[in-house]
Design a protein around this ligand. Structure first.
Ligand SMILES: O=C(O)CCC(=O)C(=O)O
Length: 322
């Protein structure tokens, strides 16, 4: 167009726009197919040793295992993929001090596997149902990485476009689902509020993929990272990865060990135990103001979501919330 500069939209901007509008995005060729092949080869023995899942949700013809960071050195580059982390931080960051790893899980749909029940992952956390949809709070970002190509026939993930804005609808007509067909190296990113399901595998070969998800750092994650990756394992991780895997206090004072940031278990500095507060700057500020008598205890402090000083300055939960 005359007088206008056409600028290409970045993968990040495209993905964010798709997530906001549709609740999901497919990013093609995000990593090399070789990386995925190597990861798949590392996980193949574990698939062979894993029994079928039990329960009506997971699906009796599926195999699942977690803790992928200790099963393949290639998993870390997906967990810490720069674009994915940026998307996770942009979508979830406004609602937490930092995001955390919710799970890493490998999934195989065996030949003949039936379609999974459609669901929204955020329903794991009852608080998600208490927040008005209009507030736009997201609790989780999911990333499905196909280990083998995903097709309609072998059970590619089904996602319902726009379902993140239809949270009062438990189910949406199957015809409205999009089949997330993808090749190795691509990724399906979707919100915890997006209705989705594994498809049915009508082929003679297994469909394999891995899900890596990230949640608000104050939520209880699906996979307990401190058990999946105890300190002797997490000590081998880069610091940024260890932080994602739970070795980081969530301000204020949540997820501690001996009242301190659990990263001390990785640094070997436990000789001088004693609690150490981890507060947000505005909480430090409020406490300073309260100590200096600048806040009238009877005055209501206006702050989004909380209305009293007691609720505002009680990290650790000792003070009454009134
Ligand atoms: O395997 C898939 O395509 C999706 C699986 C899923 O959504 C789940 O298990 O929660």
């Amino acid at each position: 167009m005359m007088g206008e500069t056409m600028t290409a939209i970045s993968p990040h901007a495209r993905c964010m726009a798709d997530l906001h509008e549709q609740g999901y995005a497919i990013i093609t060729d995000l990593v090399s197919a070789d990386l995925i092949t190597a990861l798949g080869a590392d996980l193949a023995p574990q698939f062979a040793n894993t029994g079928f899942s039990e329960g009506s949700f997971s699906g009796a013809e599926t195999r699942r295992f977690a803790g992928l960071l200790k099963r393949s050195s290639h998993a870390a580059s997906l967990v810490e993929h720069e674009l994915i982390l940026k998307i996770g931080e942009d979508m979830l960051g406004p609602w937490c001090d930092h995001i955390s790893l919710n799970l890493t899980q490998a999934i195989e749909l065996a030949p003949g596997a039936a379609s999974q029940v459609p669901h929204r992952d955020q329903d794991m956390w009852p608080c998600s149902g208490l927040v008005a949809q209009e507030r736009g709070v997201e609790f989780l970002i999911n990333v499905m990485w196909p280990l083998s190509d995903f097709t309609q026939d072998n059970g590619a993930t089904l996602v319902w476009p726009g379902s993140h804005r239809q949270q009062d609808e438990l189910l949406i007509a199957p015809e409205e689902a999009v089949i997330a067909e993808m090749a190795q190296g691509s990724a399906l990113v979707f919100l915890g509020s997006t209705l989705h399901a594994a498809g049915a595998n009508h082929t003679a070969l297994p469909r394999r993929g891995i899900i890596i998800s990230y949640c608000l750092g104050w939520l209880k994650p699906y996979e307990l990272p401190w058990l999946a990756y105890p300190p002797e394992v997490a000590r081998q991780f880069p610091k940024s990865l260890a932080r994602l895997a739970g070795y980081q206090v969530h301000r204020p004072n949540l997820g501690t060990y001996e009242g301190r940031c659990p990263s001390l278990l990785l640094d070997g500095t436990l000789d001088t135990p004693g609690a150490v507060d981890a507060l947000l700057p505005e909480q430090e500020e409020l406490i300073r103001a309260w100590r200096s008598g600048m806040i009238d205890p009877k005055r209501t402090v206006a702050r989004s979501g909380q209305s009293t000083l007691a609720a505002t300055v009680s990290p650790g939960g000792q003070a009454s919330h009134g």
